[in-house]
Design a protein around this ligand. Structure first.
Ligand code: BDP
Length: 740
């Protein structure tokens, strides 16, 4: 008897532990049984069973997902029913289902290549829910949308939704190396286990595909932009093919990074000159091979003549020559070239060289007016209109490098005859890496909604990226992934929200950050308002807080060298002038900030007159960008009524205080979520608060050596000296090659 009781108790314990164990692996696709009886009964009543004629691999995975999702959410296995059953849920395309066919025809609904329609219909006196699309992939997207409605307690009574993505290619960029280290990755090692591929298909690959499909991501670049040509060799292509086969039913195409020097490195040619016939032939042969193995291969992402990567300029050719060579080869296969505009090499002096008045750099620009900010525009604008139809120029959101806040890159408004795609960073290289909670939708939106004025008012970065302004043929958007093999995928649980937000905005850039946060929270933590509201508040405040405790008022690039972890505004000895924080903040006795007006580097001249006009005047320049464009005197009175120095103190302190507030708010959700995830976030918020104060103290003490002004006495004084902060070293900080 005792023994039975013990076994019973033990199994109960195991079950409870299982039920409550939430390590984050399931992402936003948790499909837990709906607890609220009102919704549970309503949904059970409205869905008698499902009807999907799974005639293709994509419809099959859609069916499986629906079965898994509904069984989980409704707490009982879902039945398959006939199409004539009252309350049947029917999902399909015109080829898989006559009901769907006549519905789409009757309603004249067009869903295109990837869109879907979800409608409540009464047909022959039977109430039906239809998930209809012209393509199988549209059905899969519709299924995920429908499951989201249930997970987030939405009404499914009178459905009439049509959803079509605004951007065609919604792509993750993995900066993953073949040795499984991840450049700027903070969530473990790469999820691609190259060693066991192609024979071993990790369940993660499938769950990765499900997660991406659920938010509409339809492409993945598997390898680092700092590329290895090895991935283009036969054994690796076999592995790439295995992944492509896994992802195909989920509508995800595989892309690779192509190292420009591959013909020399693995092809034994003497040159990689893009105009050399042998080189062209070599790439052509390679691409023929790839497409035989992977017929839907997406194409190449290329980082060339940037940060030491080889490129066409090494052969006296232009970016256009390089990109077009690939374009011609990929075109017959339907592939595209994503050519990155992240370049800043040519015109900045190396260490030991000095600015010399009148000296000209390679492009004829005076070196004294050099500014890394201007480089991409200077190199790419002259090439506008010179790229082939299947080339996209991939432009980082800002002109420098994924800083906590950047103005939009001037290139977005400068190339009317070129397809431009925006690149965002999901991984938080400069945003606290994987220990800070920073919800990035507001950052993405700030850029996407920015008006370039290039083609009149309303020429937003979003409309340039989605191709609608200039009626471009191909549109795309990229996000640098924050995914690794950590159990919860992203290191910080809230990193998942950034992956989610990128996908949602790639699908529909008009969604608000609040809406996306709400969707994510409901699916990730449940629908209790006592969870939803506080977490949404935390998320919405988090990005501005990070800007304030790291780089307020337009400061940028003042982080530690190499690993980019923590503050180091004092660094002045890095290998290139423009790797040094001092190059960017230009603090001196007079003031702070980079003069990019006509009296300075004149980078502002790269923007449309409307934008330039606003930002070139210290009085009208948004305070958030002021130090991006002006060298502001310490005692200058800003629009807030405070002097620059006082405002700087105010922002640094309020940034760190906001993190304290986030910690307090987080404690209020304790009773309503599982212990595991509660404690995970609680501990990381402690780190974030500690590091926010570190940033604040180190930066203020350093800038104080120039301003010579006191930190107002009502603030808590820094508890360490500037020397202490300067002495800190982090040789094993994660995210740089070799540091796994
Ligand atoms: C910078 C990263 C570096 C990347 C580079 C890039 O520090 O690791 O290789 O961007 O985008 O942000 O190519």
């Amino acid at each position: 008897m005792k023994k039975t009781l013990f076994v019973l108790l033990l199994s109960l314990l195991v079950v409870t532990a299982y039920v409550h164990a939430e390590n984050g692996y399931d992402l936003w696709l948790r499909y837990k049984k709906i607890e609220d009886p009102t919704y549970l009964n309503l949904y059970r009543k409205s869905i008698a069973g499902i009807h999907i004629n799974a005639i293709s691999p994509t419809l099959l995975v859609a069916k499986k997902e629906l079965e898994m999702g509904l069984s989980g959410l409704l707490g009982a296995p879902i039945k398959e029913v006939g199409a004539q059953t009252d309350n049947a849920l029917i999902a399909g395309t015109p080829s898989s289902s006559p009901v769907i066919k006549s519905f789409l025809e009757k309603e004249k609904i067009k869903t295109g290549q990837e869109g879907f329609a979800i409608y409540s219909q009464t047909i022959n006196n039977k109430k039906l829910i239809l998930i209809a699309a012209e393509t199988d992939l549209g059905v899969l997207y519709g299924v995920f949308h429908f499951l989201k409605l249930l997970q987030s307690h939405q009404s499914i009574q009178s459905l009439s939704t049509i959803s079509i993505p605004k951007i065609q290619r919604r792509i993750l960029n993995h900066w993953d190396n073949l040795n499984r280290s991840v450049e700027r990755g903070y969530a473990g090692i790469s999820i691609w286990n190259w060693h066991t591929l192609p024979d071993y298909i990790d369940k993660r690959y499938i769950d990765y595909a499900r997660a991406n499909a659920s938010i509409g991501i339809n492409g993945t670049v598997l390898t680092n932009v700092n590329a290895s040509s090895l991935v283009l060799t036969d054994p690796y292509l076999e592995k790439v093919k295995a992944l492509a086969d896994v992802f195909r039913p989920y509508g995800i195409r595989v892309y690779l990074t192509a190292k420009f020097s591959a013909p020399v490195e693995i092809g034994r040619l003497k040159t990689a000159d893009p105009l050399n016939p042998e080189v062209i032939e070599w790439w052509k042969h390679l691409c023929d091979k790839i497409y035989k193995m992977i017929p839907d291969f997406g194409g190449f992402l290329i980082k060339a003549n940037s940060e030491g990567q080889p490129g066409p300029q090494g052969y006296g050719r232009t970016h256009a020559d390089g990109a077009n060579m690939f374009a011609d080869i990929l075109a017959p296969h339907g592939g595209i070239v994503m050519w990155r505009a992240f370049v800043y090499d040519a015109r900045v002096q190396r260490r030991g060289e000095h600015f010399e008045e009148g000296k000209k750099d390679v492009a004829g620009e005076s070196i004294a007016s050099a500014d890394r900010f201007k480089q991409a525009y200077l190199e790419f604008k002259p090439l506008d209109g010179k790229f082939k139809e299947n080339v996209l120029i991939q432009v980082k959101n800002g002109p420098i490098d994924f800083q906590p806040r950047e103005p939009f890159s001037p290139l977005f408004g400068a190339m009317p005859n070129t397809q431009l795609m925006a690149e965002f960073q999901i991984t938080q290289e400069y945003l606290g890496q994987a220990t800070h909670l920073v919800y990035q939708a507001p950052l993405y939106k700030e850029c996407l909604d920015a008006d370039t004025y290039a083609y009149g008012r309303g020429s937003t970065v979003a409309k340039i990226t989605d191709g609608s302004l200039k009626k471009h043929k191909i549109s795309a958007i990229a996000g640098v992934a924050n995914i690794g093999n950590d159990i919860n995928w992203t290191g910080h649980l809230f990193g998942q929200a950034n992956w989610y937000a990128f996908g949602r905005l790639a699908w529909d850039h008009t969604l608000s950050s609040e809406t996306i946060a709400e969707e994510w929270i409901r699916q990730t933590f449940g629908n209790n308002p006592k969870v939803l509201q506080p977490i949404q508040q935390i998320m919405m405040a988090s990005r501005e807080a990070a800007v304030n405790y790291m780089t307020p008022l337009g400061l940028h690039h003042i982080m530690g060298t190499g690993h980019h972890y923590g503050p180091a505004p004092w660094v002045e000895n890095a290998g290139r002038a423009d790797w040094n924080p001092v190059y960017y903040h230009k603090a001196d006795k007079k003031g702070l900030g980079f003069d990019r007006t006509a009296t300075g580097s004149d980078a502002l001249s790269q923007y449309a007159p409307e934008v330039r006009k606003q930002w070139e005047n210290m009085k009208t320049c948004n305070i958030e960008y002021i130090l991006w464009f002006h060298h502001v005197p310490w005692n200058y009175t800003l629009s807030t009524g405070r002097s620059l120095w006082d405002e700087l103190c105010f922002r640094y302190y309020s940034g760190a205080d906001t993190v304290k507030w986030m910690q307090d708010i987080w404690t209020t959700v304790k009773a309503y979520i599982d212990e595991e995830r509660y404690n995970h976030v609680r501990q990381l918020l402690n780190i974030q608060h500690k590091e926010a104060k570190w940033w604040r103290n180190a930066c203020l003490l350093y800038f104080q050596t120039f301003s010579e002004l006191p930190i107002p006495s009502h603030y808590e004084a820094p508890d360490k000296t500037l020397e202490y902060y300067k002495s800190l070293r982090f040789p094993h900080a994660p995210g740089i090659n070799g540091n796994l």
